[in-house]
Ligand binder design. Sequence first.
Ligand code: PEP
Ligand code: CO
Length: 453
Amino acid sequence: MRHHESVLDSWTPRTWRDRPAAQQPDWPDDDALAGALAELASYPPLVFAGEARALTSALGLAAQGKAFLLQAGDCAESFDSFSAPKIREQLRVILQMAVILTYSSGVPAIKVGRIAGQFAKPRSSPYERVGEIDLPAFRGHIVNGADPTVAARTPDPRRLVQAYHQSSSTLNLLRAFTKGGFADLTRVHAWTQEFVATSREGQRYEALASEIERALTFMRACGIDLENTAQLHQVDLYTSHEALLLGFEEALTRVDSTTGEWYDCSAHMLWIGERTRQLDGAHVEFLRGVGNPLGVKIGPSITVDEAVALCETLNPDRVAGRLTLIARMGADHVEATLRPIIRAVTDAGHPVVWCCDPMHGNTFTSAGGHKTRHFDAVVRELVGFFAAHRAEGTWPGGVHVELTGDDVTECLGGAEEIEDHHLADRYETVLDPRLNGRQSIDLAFRVAELLRR
Ligand code: PEP
Ligand code: CO
């Protein structure tokens, strides 16, 4: 059944405006904002509704235990470090992780980037005290600048338009790389970055890549026509971001001419953050009406009833693949907190994709003053997540991580044992600490081991 049939008697892309919208910037100039949004509404969509439907179908398999979601990318994309190498390195590490997961688990990995639109950030406080004054908090480059000055922090609606253009050219390059030969499985060795190749994780990846090459050689020798098998030469990489700025999302929401349904064409998949998932809030109201696959972050404060109610509101027709619940409970809480939620959602007949975000519940400020996460806590949260699903008899359907292909020092630990005093070396993130290329490969092997058990 099309989800719109039961949902949409009262919904339009504007009905969110009658609800309280958390985490919206205080735009200083209403006319300038309206002008930017009107401009965006006149621009082409970034994705096609048919692609969003294909992702829903793929995620439907993850809801049924037949696929695994890898959702990964930046915490926040940057206007400053925007370049082809940045995009390429991000893609490489995602491709490597997907190969590790697929080869080890035997089920397809659905690749969804936090990319080509992941700009806007929710903040715990709308203000930041700097010296004697309260400055507006930094909300991501789509809203304001990070420098601690009044000028930089004043929200500027022209940034919405710049974010659209950056998303568009990022997506263009991703489409070129994934369909034009870069992601060809015969290049499985070529995806390794130099700084990874020499490490233990890198060597483990190289061994796996060699096994894949041998398998391909074997199939070719058997007479299988590999050259004309498109799946070996192209991959589907979908885009996603937190649908935080509802004016921006509304401006990119269009009627799909093939089905007559509304889609938010700013990305294939949109998610609702932990701070904006109020049942009667504007974010839930907006997203319930679009046809895209949706995610909702759920943290330790969520109740069982809230989780079931979110499923009812966002996926009343119980379409497998429509809704992904992204648990970010913290390593110490995940197993106990998640089990009753899994049980209640399952009992209510909701076919969700269960996804683990092992990052956001394990963030702290180090003694040296850096916002960071420890690799061991990330792994512990994953172990607890898998344990909860094993106990409940459900499929752990995916992971959601913040990472970069670059050689940064933002998260502690990992095989290279990054310590507090290393964090300052290459701490480059716009906001949250990301796993670097090596830690990401290591993590993929850990997840693969958990999947095989
Ligand atoms: C994020 O994914 O960057 C984020 C802010 O997460 P959460 O809503 O789970 O805190
Ligand atoms: Co983050």
